[in-house]
Design a protein around this ligand. Sequence first.
Ligand SMILES: [Zn+2]
Length: 379
Amino acid sequence: MATVTALQYYGRKDVRLEQVPSLPCGPDEVRLQIAYCGICGSDIHEYLGGPIFPPKAGEKHPWTGHQLPVTLGHEMSGTIVEVGSGVSDPKLQVGARVAVNPAWTDRHYGLEPCTACELGMSNICKRYASYGLSAAGGGLATEIVVKHLSCIPLPDSVSLKVGALMEPLAVAWHCIRTSGFQKGQTALILGAGPIGLAILMLLRVWGAKTVVISEPTASRKRMANDFGADLVVDPTRFTAPKNGPDPVVIATQGAVHADGVDVAFDATGIQTTLDTAIAAVRPGGTVFNVAIHEKPLMINLNDLTLSERRLMGGICYTQDDFRDLLQALQKGGIPAEKLITSVVDLDDVVEKGLLELIRNKAAHVKILITPNRVRSVRL
Ligand SMILES: [Zn+2]
């Protein structure tokens, strides 16, 4: 029996690199040899405190029917090694290089679109699931079988490494698009983690006039500078006595406009970053929450109402975000590979991947796993 080496998630702090049976390739599916797969902050959350997105022990996912263990990894690229009998897309042939949109929506189940999908918001489909979390197969494995709908064929100008970065970049793309950001506008980003840096990188493509980023960690401040921020502010550097004016708001007003920025992206999600985001946005501007919160925060709605600021949030991406992002990547000028801080073999995924990201978080943006570095293509 053919087997696949896969990082299996059994529950909190229980991941095992195991040999699992190779899944059959259905008529509407393709088999990929994984080239690269990134480790996401959400994988770390699952490891430390999950299951959050995977089904709980003894339960099945309501739509995919999948249960623990799940193979982790949802930021992947690979090469097609088998094509299902019903797949007719000429771009999806053996040898084709693809990125994967890991989201499952109504189309993947062959069901009528739900309200969200009908509105073009398939990222919040009520039947949402994801490879690497709640559907069979993940990218932290030597191979995966995915729906042909999930494949994004890569042009020659886009590498397999960048292909694996498309998922986190698509999150950033989606946030910028849905925030209503326009060319020539200004932005503040709270937090220079992987998503904050990806938003910074892509805001340049969107023609941002000025981008300020707030980040306390030295290594990430350096990265933010390197990624093209106009101004990097340390939110812990109070010039005034404690409880004095917010240094990020003061610096942002100085660099952009006394009335504030057009859009503030909160990629940190704590009380102080939300407060800063609201205070730094101009009248009629937008505060966009990208972070997932572990507890509720306080907000004075007068701060929105009296200046007609908008507060909104966004999650994941649609197929359109992947398409538009790919077009932007093809044009060039997005230094996406700068996001990669380490490339690691699958055998080392726990020690040099998951645990490294926990112990040495500030040193990394994106760690990519190469499950097939020394393996030949399986045909
Ligand atoms: Zn739906």
